[in-house]
Design a protein. Structure first.
Length: 325
């Protein structure tokens, strides 16, 4: 992505790199916070201690190559567990579906900060480029791979969207029943109230798995933006990635507040999203870069709508945040 940006405008790739790496650092701090919360649910230990333990486990994946395959397998299994558990909670909590549907299209109040955080935490920052960079490193590229890549991307975002809807419905049902969520770990308390102690512990396992894989993905993608700018960074990519994870853990240990850290990371990367998307969209219509490729017009229109909407939400949220200082 940084090479494309530099071809579009010399120096633009460096600016994009700084944004993604800064956003990736924020994400990684938030991911370690999530891992700490997962450890807290599983073993009832301090989230900061859980984050430190998770930090060294993530580093182990970059030191021992065999650990990567094992992590991929475990993540797939726990991903299926998460889907099943969330489905159960969504049905068990009996959310008011009619009200949820109405408020989705005709909301009484629109919370820009929440939209920014959810979108940023789902597709913002480094996530925009994570899959593409890994595919390129695996040698998957060229026109012949476009259909397979599109299918994978659509499947991933569809699953992510469905999971967020189910999580929302589960939380809505619990809140509408009159139960009070634990502010220190609201997501976990939803599962505890709706699925009991077993569901609570299972959620801890799934939360930790999702967070630790995100730590690995965030560090990998962030450093992939840096490595092409220096032969030294390329040669020692593994060690630079480990240092990146250690820095993220150190910052989290200093600031603490895992829930707020997760929310802030999502919001920050939500503001990076329209900038990164705009650069890639302009590049997609540049014949000097793309050759005879013609980007579908409907995709461009949708991309422009996303850019304008997220820019508006980002500016509105920033004004609100500054006003609260």
């Amino acid at each position: 992505a940084q090479d494309i940006a530099n071809r579009l405008l010399p120096g633009l790739g460096y600016a994009l790199m700084l944004l993604i790496v800064f956003g990736g650092l924020a994400f990684n701090i938030g991911n370690l916070a999530g891992a700490g919360l997962g450890m807290n649910v599983m073993f009832n230990i301090d989230p900061v201690h859980g984050a430190v333990i998770s930090c060294f486990l993530a580093i182990g994946v970059f030191i021992f190559k065999e650990a990567t395959a094992a992590m991929d397998l475990v993540s797939k299994i726990l991903g299926l567990l998460m889907i099943a558990l969330t489905l159960y909670v969504a049905f068990r909590s009996q959310p008011p579906l009619a009200l949820a549907l109405k408020e989705s299209f005709l909301p009484v109040k629109i919370d820009l900060q929440s939209i920014l955080t959810i979108v940023g935490g789902t597709v913002g920052g480094y996530i925009t480029f994570a899959g593409a960079h890994r595919l390129l490193d695996a040698g998957i590229k060229g026109k012949g791979s476009v259909k397979a890549v599109n299918r994978s991307a659509i499947t991933a975002i569809t699953l992510a969207s469905i999971m967020r809807i189910l999580l929302f419905l589960g939380a809505l049902g619990v809140v509408m029943s009159g139960a009070r969520l634990d502010a220190s770990n609201p997501a976990a308390s939803v599962f505890k109230i709706a699925a009991g102690e077993i569901g609570y512990r299972l959620f801890g396992i799934v939360l930790w798995s999702a967070a630790i894989t995100s730590v690995i993905g965030s560090a990998y993608t962030s450093i992939s933006f840096l490595r092409n700018f220096s032969p030294w960074l390329f040669r020692y990519q593994r060690y630079v990635t480990i240092a990146f994870i250690l820095l993220s853990a150190a910052v989290f240990v200093i600031i603490g507040q895992p829930v707020k850290t997760l929310l802030l990371a999502g919001a920050l990367n939500g503001m990076i999203l329209p900038i990164a998307l705009a650069i890639m969209l302009i590049a997609a219509h540049n014949s000097r870069i793309m050759g005879d490729y013609k980007h579908p017009r409907w995709m461009s229109v949708l991309a422009i709508l996303v850019i304008l909407t997220m820019t508006y939400i980002g500016i509105g949220s920033m004004i609100k945040y500054v006003g609260n200082l």
